[in-house]
Design a protein around this ligand. Structure first.
Ligand code: IFM
Length: 447
């Protein structure tokens, strides 16, 4: 009996990256400063003092990287557009060289038979907009809509698949509440305003993209972690529900036409002063698909409960973790997709990111051995296949990431790529996972 999991013929096999993580060339061709340039150049913010100044030098090597994707046999590429390359002052004047870069990239992808899936905001806010208030200010959402128009007007004759914002939870929590990401503001009080403006920005951009490109299929990308209570003790269950509401439902509910989860607005004592009439309708502008970034589940325990008080059985995190300290839990992706389908019913889902950092060995004989990553990707793809079999409309999967790259506050210390990058000389070397994924993408099946 065959154990081959065959995916639908029109399933999209892709790889994903983001501008600041791979492009480098941060001061070239009129690009403006981003919050990540400022943050990474501030001592003590990024591990090892790493910056995205060079990264994978993709800004100069993009033709080779497109050829690499063609060799990999992928039919889709999710990348992000750097706002400060296109609008160095954040709004107003368009930088033709910045937009020209993405214009050429799109042409090259299409020539290679690879469908472009750009994301407009993967965290590199123009620094001038941060100086003017950043995401706590509503003007940033309005500027984002202008930026979306500028990009969609130029690329919309060839690009139909768009994502607005990547992982608004990360922008809010890590960027503004905890200060672990750019712009490094540890100001919990601005959290709800940041999240709300990101969602308003998303809704405004959906309208602008469609106006410029009537055939567009538009979505937002959310990082969603299933929250499992440690036990069925009512306090653990309540805590898991609260985590789910503040991380997952805070974004899923409003884009689906529901309100922000009340338990969270109450907990944060948010007076909703930023919510203007009509905002919730803008946020709920129907989308064509949801981008799902899945890496792990979280097992949640209430601090008030001792283990002696917990009824058995407990939920234990499994034995395996990635180098990020994230539990390897493929069933969570299946559970998540079923839950999204049952509770939210989006028209389509794309797995816009899934992948893992492991401490890879150095290349030997032109290859990197990474069996843990192959096992990770394989198990998660089987979870996706199972969800499709149950009727969840999952249309594609993008490995995070094509290349080892700048992993934000961890600098270059965490390698997520299926292709190894030697950051000293920019050599790209296939890992075993790249060869494995090429077979999967080419055959449309996982065995
Ligand atoms: O590298 C990031 C990416 O930019 C956003 N999602 C998670 C990845 C791994 O941390």
């Amino acid at each position: 009996m065959s154990t081959r999991a065959r995916f639908p013929d029109d399933f999209r096999w892709g790889v994903a990256t983001a501008a600041y993580q791979i492009e480098g060339a941060t001061t070239e061709d009129g690009r403006g400063e981003s919050i990540w340039d400022r943050f990474s150049h501030t001592p003590g913010r990024v591990l090892g003092g790493d910056t995205g100044d060079v990264a994978c030098d993709h800004y100069h090597r993009w033709r080779d990287d497109v050829a690499l994707m063609a060799e990999l046999g992928v039919g889709a590429y999710r990348f992000s557009i750097a706002w400060p390359r296109v609008l160095p002052e954040g709004r107003g004047r368009v930088n033709p060289q910045g937009l020209g870069f993405y214009d050429r990239l799109v042409d090259a992808l299409l020539e290679a038979g690879i469908r472009p899936f750009p994301t407009l905001y993967h965290w590199d806010l123009p620094q001038v907009l941060e100086d003017a208030g950043g995401w706590p200010a509503r003007a940033t959402a309005e500027a984002f809509a202008e930026y979306a128009s500028a990009v969609a007007s130029r690329l919309g004759d060839r690009v139909t698949d768009w994502f607005t914002i990547n992982e608004p939870w990360v922008v809010t929590q890590l960027g503004y509440v905890l200060g672990l990401h750019a712009p490094g503001r540890a100001e919990p009080a601005v959290g709800p305003a940041v999240a709300h403006h990101l969602l308003v920005a998303h809704g405004l951009a959906v309208e602008r993209i469609r106006a410029a490109c009537p055939r567009a299929r538009v979505g937002i990308v959310l990082n969603l972690d299933p929250m499992e209570p440690r036990s069925l003790h009512p306090a653990d269950v309540a805590e898991a529900r609260l985590h789910d509401a503040s991380m997952n439902r805070w974004y899923l509910d409003p884009i689906s036409g529901r309100d922000y989860p009340r338990e969270v607005t109450e907990l944060l004592e948010w007076d909703r002063r930023e919510v203007r009439p009509g905002d919730m309708e803008i946020i709920a502008t129907p989308i064509d698909r949801l981008g799902v970034n899945y890496y792990r589940r979280q097992v949640v325990a209430a601090a008030s409960v001792t283990d002696e008080q917990r009824p058995l059985p407990w939920t234990q995190a499994g034995p395996r973790f990635t180098e990020m300290g994230w539990e390897v839990y493929p069933p969570g992706l299946y559970d998540l997709l079923r839950r999204l389908h049952c509770e939210y019913d989006f028209a389509e889902y794309l797995i816009t990111e899934n992948g893992a950092a492991f401490p890879d060995p150095a290349p030997v004989g032109g290859r990197v051995s990474d069996p843990e990553r192959v096992a990770y990707l394989r198990a998660h793809l089987l979870a996706v296949h199972r969800a499709i079999g149950d009727g969840v409309p999952v249309g594609g999967y993008f490995v995070w990431s094509l290349l080892d790259n700048f992993e934000w506050a961890f600098g270059y210390s965490k390698r997520f790529g299926i292709v190894h990058v030697d950051f000293a000389d920019q050599t790209r070397t296939w890992k075993d996972s790249a060869a494995w994924y090429r077979d999967v993408a080419t055959n449309g099946s996982v065995s």
